[in-house]
Design a protein around this ligand. Structure first.
Ligand code: AMP
Length: 361
């Protein structure tokens, strides 16, 4: 089976690493000449709205999937005429726009911060008057890694905020005084079979995910599964979906969903029976899903900007290096380490060892 992937970054690369042993082959459509997935499959170098190359991709593959959600809606609609596309155009439409996403949470009874659609500075002034400060202003689309958002603490932060984010459609959200951030990675097959990985605790630095630790018997696991299950059913979703929550007052508030494999699920490569990448491929290909059970204690640390010396990373016991083969760039995710340890105290020690390498490299 040949899989077409829109986007050829590290998520595409790790999909191919998981799918190749299943007998799958891959074609990546990505305009970047140095798309790092090209080491693992065919690289169709073209813009995401280039119909000739989209048609070529559709003709070559059995189905198409995505490694990012900001794919133009017309691209998905065009491809869908010729080849099955998973997740569906509707799932992408909702997940790529914070207004549609939060409105869906509200309609499904899933707690989420107060929010308002912002089309102008006047809308923003009115929304701040009703939601209050502090609040977070976010562009409705295209935000990632903390980009496209602004924390509004005091009235002076509000006066020019709409223009500062580019005068594009935005969402204002009440600030959530969270005690932690967690994500749930779920997978749903074409037949509706659904599995969930254990909840993951996430820590960010400058808006970028730094550390994910998989939990054991998290008290909010069942609640998170209930909320995520509602979204999966509503969207008749196929593939892996990541759902990010704030932990607050002993409960959960929905932050956002990603209709794809997710950075906070990378620990599953070595830390779970079947990784998020393999399970995504199984789901979209109509194959039986694999077990999401955790193997020991597991965590993932991102390498941002640069990868520490390979020999030092792999010298740490229980540590698995994933180097994306990308050039150094400030703020760019260039690799990660997965830790899989027999117990929690060993895991904490090995996290400290990797963090120390990152600080000193
Ligand atoms: P997002 O791109 O929406 O995931 O936001 C990036 C990060 O900003 C989150 O992981 C939180 O740490 C923080 N953040 C986003 N929205 C809020 C909010 N409404 N209240 C408090 N912190 C937030």
């Amino acid at each position: 089976m040949k899989i077409g992937v829109i986007g050829g970054g590290q998520l595409g690369r790790m999909l191919a690493l998981a799918g190749t042993p299943l007998g799958m082959s891959f074609a990546f459509l990505d305009p970047a000449p140095d798309a790092c997935a090209q080491a693992l499959g065919e690289h169709i170098r073209a813009d995401y709205d280039d119909k000739d190359h989209l048609r070529r991709l559709a003709d070559e593959v059995d189905l198409v999937t995505f490694e990012f959600e900001s794919v133009p809606a017309e691209t998905v609609a065009f491809l869908s005429q010729f080849v099955p596309v998973y997740p569906s155009a509707e799932s992408l439409r909702i997940a790529r726009d914070r207004w549609f996403e939060k409105s869906m949470f509200k309609n499904l009874g899933i707690p989420t911060p107060d929010f308002a659609d912002i089309q102008s500075q006047a809308d923003l002034d009115a929304a701040v008057a009703s939601i209050g400060l502090p609040a977070v202003l976010k562009t409705r689309t295209l935000g990632y890694d903390g980009k496209g958002q602004k924390l509004l603490r005091k009235p002076a932060d509000v006066s020019n905020a709409f223009a500062e984010l580019g005068s594009v459609p935005c969402l204002l959200e009440g600030f959530v005084p969270f005690t932690g951030e967690v994500s749930l990675i779920a997978v749903r097959g074409r037949d509706g079979e659904t599995c969930f990985y254990p909840l993951v605790h996430n820590s960010h630095e400058s808006g970028i995910l730094r550390l994910s630790v998989a939990s054991s018997n998290h008290p909010l696991q069942a609640l998170a599964e209930d909320y995520v299950g509602r979204v999966l059913a509503k969207l008749d979703y196929v593939g892996v979906l990541a759902f990010e929550f704030f932990e607050v007052d002993g409960g959960l508030k929905a932050n956002e969903i990603a209709p794809r494999v997710h950075n906070s699920g990378h620990w599953t490569i070595e830390g779970a029976e079947c990784s998020q990448f393999e399970n995504h491929l199984r789901a979209v290909a109509g194959l039986p899903l694999g077990s999401t059970a955790k193997l020991g204690e597991s965590a993932m640390l991102n390498f941002i900007g640069d990868v520490p010396p390979v020999e030092k990373v792999i010298a740490i016991e229980d540590c698995h290096l994933h180097h994306y083969g990308k050039a150094f760039k400030v703020g760019r995710k260039v690799g990660h380490a997965t830790l899989r340890c027999p117990d929690r105290s060993t895991l904490d020690r090995q996290i400290t060892a990797v963090e120390s390498l990152i600080r000193h490299s």
